[in-house]
Design a protein around this ligand. Structure first.
Ligand SMILES: Nc1ncnc2c1ncn2[C@@H]1O[C@H](COP(=O)(O)OP(=O)(O)OP(=O)(O)O)[C@@H](O)[C@H]1O
Ligand code: SF4
Ligand SMILES: [Mg+2]
Length: 374
């Protein structure tokens, strides 16, 4: 295939275009040391969990970060909320470099950046009442809202769709979906400007996932809070995000606005992820039939990622160049501003059905065979 023409990425493409940047991440890196050796243990390598990513979240914007298990999403979220110390790169929040900020320097902005965790069972203290859990952040930060903390907690319970009278109940008295609502109320308590939501619905029953996503969407829109919404598939973020970045083995391999990513993906991996999204109706864009791409094999180890393009061991289009040169994240010709792709031999900007049926993920294959037998 002919190599695509590339245009230099203008700065606004990298920064996400319109909108005032709230969070700017550049070259962010986190390598976890791997210990080994006997009898003396020493560092023998590093898990390259996050390896030089750039992203910008604008004020009030919802930004989706998607990728398979182990690609570095949570590590990215934990770096941004400064629960982890970066190995390299910079994190700027409202123009202030917080990459290595200490406790004192972080104190004024701690309340502005909140996190919602994946597991609503382990993230709430079982011995505290809902009132205590939600007012906890106000207490820690010495914030006394007008009318008192209890009044504010009751308001927050109402905002997240829970009964304010349940102020004195304990987490075990609530269902998983309700507990995640409590987590949302706690995150809202300090009127944050940015919420990092790390797979906030994956631990919930499929039947209630949509309710919680809708609540987050409402909160995001009504209160104008910027979100970094982490998910492992594209279905969840589709309904939520203005822009989406796709991660693979510690790198961002494609980023763009929602429409661009869902209707004109260029990276083979994005195509593969999209074809695994059951509810995406590919006939939307005039495609003749449902596209089916199947990923072969496992994600390689982030301790020794493949040379060049990290996706090449699973890519059906890989050529010699893919092993020799790492593809830069750039704007390809025909793509909108802000849609960047890291691939030497990108797909056509269409989601039309593919002729060939590409190798199937073994787990998916087993499921399909089961379904056919029944
Ligand atoms: N504290 C740690 N020490 C060593 N390795 C770690 C640590 N935390 C994460 N890793 C490794 O870094 C890589 C990225 O992990 P991370 O949790 O960020 O992935 P993820 O995309 O959130 O995955 P998932 O979808 O399963 O939550 C993985 O290989 C993981 O094993
Ligand atoms: S650079 Fe090569 S291996 Fe990587 S996604 Fe593109 S075609 Fe596939
Ligand atoms: Mg994770």
């Amino acid at each position: 295939m002919k190599e695509d023409l590339v245009l230099p990425a203008p700065r606004e493409a990298v920064t996400g275009g319109a909108g005032e940047p709230l969070l700017v991440v550049e070259g962010l890196t986190k390598h976890f040391p791997v210990q080994g050796g006997f009898p003396i243990r020493r560092t023998v390598g590093a898990v390259q969990a996050v390896d030089g990513i750039d992203l910008t979240v604008n004020v009030g914007e919802s930004f989706g970060l998607v990728g398979e298990s182990g690609c570095g999403k949570s590590t990215t979220g934990r770096l941004i909320t400064r629960l982890l110390e970066p190995t390299g790169g910079t994190i700027s929040y409202r123009g202030q470099d917080i990459s290595h900020a200490g406790r004192k320097q972080l104190a004024p902005i701690r309340s502005e950046i909140q996190m919602i965790f994946q597991d609503p069972y382990s993230s709430l203290n079982p011995r505290q009442t809902v009132g205590k859990i939600i007012s906890g952040p106000m207490e820690i930060n010495g914030i006394e809202p007008d009318g008192g903390r209890e009044k504010r907690v009751r308001e927050l319970l109402e905002i997240v769709g829970l009964n304010p009278e349940h102020y004195n109940r304990f987490p075990h008295e609530f269902s998983g979906g309700q507990r995640q609502r409590i987590g949302v109320a706690r995150a809202l308590a300090l009127e944050p400007k940015l919420i990092v939501a790390d797979e906030p619905v994956s631990a919930l029953d499929v039947s209630i996932q949509a309710q919680v996503v809708n609540l987050l969407k409402k909160v995001q829109q009504d209160l104008g809070i910027a979100f970094l919404f982490i998910a492992h598939d594209l279905a969840v973020v589709r309904h939520f995000s203005h822009r989406v970045a796709v991660m693979y083995l510690g790198k961002i391999i494609e980023v763009g606005d929602r429409t661009s990513i869902y209707t004109r993906p260029r990276h083979p991996y994005t195509h593969a992820l999209l074809s695994a999204v059951p509810e995406v109706d590919l006939t939307d864009a005039g495609a003749g039939r449902r596209e089916r791409i199947r990923l072969a094999g496992d994600v390689p180890s982030p301790i020794a990622p493949p040379s060049g393009c990290r996706f090449r061991t699973r890519c059906w289009k890989a050529q010699d160049k893919c092993a020799a040169e790492e593809p830069p994240l750039i704007r390809l010709s025909g793509n909108h501003d802000g849609h960047l792709t890291a691939c030497h031999f990108p797909e056509e900007p269409t989601i039309e059905g593919r002729e060939e049926d590409i190798v199937l993920d073994p787990a998916l294959a087993a499921l399909e065979e089961d379904a056919e037998r029944q």
